[in-house]
Design a protein around this ligand. Structure first.
Ligand SMILES: CC(C)(COP(=O)(O)OP(=O)(O)OC[C@H]1O[C@@H](n2cnc3c(N)ncnc32)[C@H](O)[C@@H]1OP(=O)(O)O)[C@@H](O)C(=O)NCCC(=O)NCCS
Length: 184
């Protein structure tokens, strides 16, 4: 079986504009502020109302995702001043099949500047090259136009719609599946 090259410590990835780094307890206020946004609450599977204890648990539990190799959650930050701009990461890592899901959200104060596109590009390059994953999947609600545009710009292939794929706050949601394969 092919083994993943999972890092022993959370890596820092940067292109000089954005930096992806691990979450810290000091980031909880930024997470709390970002998750008050209506679009984030509409498209992400997060508690509504989103309270300080939710943000504190999110940052505290992120290290467990890394240590159990289930996920790789990163804070997206500005490379120059470390301001939190969003969140991106791998979830549901399947080490047997070398497949993971990609998830992301950009804080309302950082939107419209291609932060999502560039951050996810960094994430995917690391996941393919360093970790050794072979396929990255993006599940996006069919009506989430901005997120579908991000996936398309990243060169993902649209593979179809999975009807009622997700149950978010009591409503079944149709999800568009996009995927990237490692270039061989
Ligand atoms: C989706 C999201 C991550 C995009 O982040 P971003 O950094 O602002 O994205 P970009 O600047 O790269 O813009 C993405 C594209 O969507 C378009 N767009 C942005 N907001 C839009 C809107 N409300 N309606 C339609 N298109 C929109 C942009 O014009 C751009 O299109 P282009 O690449 O053809 O120019 C961000 O809006 C967000 O966090 N939304 C809430 C959480 C979410 O939906 N996460 C994804 C779940 S699958």
């Amino acid at each position: 079986m092919t083994a993943l090259r999972w890092p022993s410590t959370v890596p820092t990835l940067t292109d000089g504009w954005l930096t992806l780094r691990g979450w810290t307890a000091e980031d909880a206020d930024a997470v709390l502020a970002a998750c008050q946004d209506a679009d984030t609450q509409q498209w992400m599977d997060i508690p509504v109302p989103y309270l300080p204890e939710h943000a504190a648990a999110f940052v505290a539990e992120s290290s467990q995702q890394w240590s159990t190799q289930q996920g790789a959650p990163f804070a997206i930050t500005a490379a120059d001043d470390d301001q939190v701009l969003g969140s991106c990461g791998l979830v549901g890592v399947d080490a047997s099949h070398l497949v993971a899901e990609v998830a992301y959200a950009v804080a309302p104060w950082a939107r419209g500047r291609k932060v999502a596109q560039q951050a996810v590009r960094l994430l995917c390059a690391w996941a393919f090259t360093d970790v050794g994953l072979a396929r990255l999947e993006f599940y996006i609600e069919t009506s989430n136009v901005a997120s579908r545009a991000v996936a398309t710009r990243l060169g993902c292939q649209f593979e179809g719609v999975l009807r009622g794929k997700a149950l978010i706050r009591g409503t079944r949601r149709d999800m568009a599946l996009y995927a990237l394969l490692k270039e061989t």
